[in-house]
Design a protein around this ligand. Structure first.
Ligand SMILES: [Zn+2]
Ligand SMILES: [Zn+2]
Length: 262
């Protein structure tokens, strides 16, 4: 099995986030806990996958996030031209993971059955549950269903040798993580199955969730799937940019290479 190269592509930031907002029940030592926003590139010998697609500048303004640069910049820099990408995997349908659809005109989108059911069904009648979803994103995905550009998955599925999808739920009902074979063994791209290293390491869930139980079980599932605990990559932790080296000189803060020892 050929190992994949895996990159985290940085595109946005939230400087205003607080520790009390990062853990259910808050945090006794409140203070700043900024979030970074990423998409991920998974490069095989003859095929590349993009995991999550981020949001664009207008959405960053609407949501009060600091848009740094289009995810396309980092993807191009690691040799993954968005216009040529054939397969996009979406962890879930929250606004910060499924926008920028115009960048990927050739892609099929891989989502879990239950995530599409969740974001188009009765749960969206509740303001408290629909907050992280954007109507336009959901409608755009429905249109892709009718255009034959969506591939549905139910639970665990293999996209290619060494690349599997795993439904964990929790944070969103149909949240899936990616397990990928790399030269340092099995890596898990958690996306929002763990926003920060601290969520999974301390067993303290991020407060946005569909199920607390599934969120906590998701941490255990990811530990089983990854060869080592440090091969689980959280979805929003600024430490990812510090722990891993730039994809190459000049890409500091733009793209880091994950399939190396941190
Ligand atoms: Zn999310
Ligand atoms: Zn997110």
């Amino acid at each position: 099995m050929e190992p994949y190269e895996v990159y985290a592509i940085h595109y946005a930031h939230n400087a205003n986030a607080k520790r009390s907002g990062a853990f259910i029940g808050g945090d006794p030592h409140d203070g700043p806990m900024p979030l970074d926003y990423f998409v991920w590139a998974i490069k095989g010998p003859d095929r590349a996958f993009v995991f999550d697609t981020g949001f664009d500048e207008p959405m960053g303004r609407k949501r009060g996030r600091q848009f740094v640069r289009s995810p396309a910049v980092g993807l191009e820099a690691v040799g993954v031209g968005p216009a040529q990408v054939k397969d996009v995997i979406l962890s879930h349908m929250h606004y910060d993971h499924c926008g920028n659809y115009d960048l990927f005109p050739q892609a099929r989108y891989h989502v879990q059955d239950i995530e599409m059911a969740y974001c188009t069904g009765r749960c969206m009648c509740h303001a408290g549950l629909r907050g992280p979803f954007e109507e336009d994103d959901v409608v755009a995905m429905v249109r892709k269903v009718f255009a034959g550009r969506v591939v549905f998955h139910d639970g665990v599925d293999e996209l290619a040798p060494g690349l599997t999808l795993h439904h964990v739920g929790g944070h969103s009902k149909g949240l899936q993580v990616v397990r990928v074979w790399t030269r340092r063994g099995w890596m898990v791209l958690a996306s929002d199955a763990s926003h920060f290293y601290a969520n999974m390491e301390e067993g303290r869930a991020f407060p946005i969730m569909h199920s607390h139980e599934a969120t906590l079980e998701g941490y255990a599932t990811m530990r089983k799937l990854a060869s080592t605990p440090n091969a689980i990559i959280p979805g929003h932790d600024p430490q990812v940019l510090q722990r891993f080296p730039a994809a190459r000189a000049g890409l500091e803060g733009i793209a880091v290479r994950l399939d190396v020892e941190p």
